[in-house]
Design a protein around this ligand. Sequence first.
Ligand SMILES: [Zn+2]
Length: 420
Amino acid sequence: MKQEEVYEQVKERLMRYARIDTQSAEYTGHWPTTEKQKDLARVLKDELISIGVSDVFLDEEGCVVYGKVPSNVQDTQVMPIGFIAHIDTAPDASGTNVKPWVLENYDGGDIVLNKEKNIVMKASDYSNLKMYIGQDLILTDGTTLLGGDDKASIAAIMSFAQYLVDHGDVKHGDICIAFTPDEEVGGLARDLDFERFGAKVAYTLDGDHLGWYEDETFNASEAVFEFTGRSVHTGTAKGIMINAVDMAAELMAMLPKKERPQYTEGVEGFYHLISCESDCEHARVRLLVRDFDHDNFKKREDFLKKCADKLGADYGDERVKLTIIHQYSNMKEVLKDVPFMIDILKGAIRKAGIEPVCEPFRGGTDGAALSFRGLPCPNLSAGYENAHGRFEYVPIQSMVKNVEILLNICESALAIADNA
Ligand SMILES: [Zn+2]
């Protein structure tokens, strides 16, 4: 691979994509959650066509962009392999009026993002900076996020596709590409049409730190407790009043104190209270249940059911209602049946000169949902840093490396026959 050729492409692309506001939003009640994500989707569709990618399609309603670089090996059927990145940026920080700029040959010191507003990224606050001394960083003006999450991945996948189209001598099977909306707000690639996409297995590209990957996510559900009380004047309440606030408080006291996000790490699970709205008549407690281990996860849900039973026994079953909403499952359960995907991924990262790092992801990915819908889908890091905030940045060299990793994946995937 010619590094300089790819360098200019990924740089130009991320700078251009970053300027397009694609912030998603929580709880809008419709998908995609914001119309403006389609602004970038249209640009990506046109760009895929202009670089010569086949079967380009924009699902205008779902805001999903598709493309394919068809196989150029004749004698064998190679398994079609997919690459997916997300279009939206996080609601946590502004994505409007992003002004990306490049700091070449970073010297390891503090970085002045905005002279006028005196916004400085201190090397002492962000220890990840020292990994990138001598590299070229794309930064913001300190007032918005950059959106390298996940546009660094879109830039890498687009440049990788262009490389395959421009270099017909690089042999590969069908390479399927998709860009999807709303990853940051739990969209879970819901509108990705597997038939149109055409891949049998895929990789999402997302996450920080170059060379990291994930083949494991939480099992996840949301539990909602509804308590119905009986309100009456406090002066005459004896034997009559039933206070829903008490029920909510008793529930919260039953939860194990050390099993909260702030006390857990690694593969430890937790209960997380999201909210509690309560008055005497009615209380509603919402909490997240998370665990990597499937049996432990079920035990956690069972524990909540026991809490509901206990409160029901004390206050009346009709006054306690528990609803458990399944969110996503640990993708390892699916990925253990396709071990070649992780072998290929690790080999591809190593071949690019980077030591692969795998950590269980303490959250969910679109890939977790896709895996359970039938498309096994581990995650490769995008290489951005400080995502979801104003100090986000992307080393250009990390995007170049990711293009190289994708090419390495293609090469190794040639050995995987499509026998389905
Ligand atoms: Zn992301």
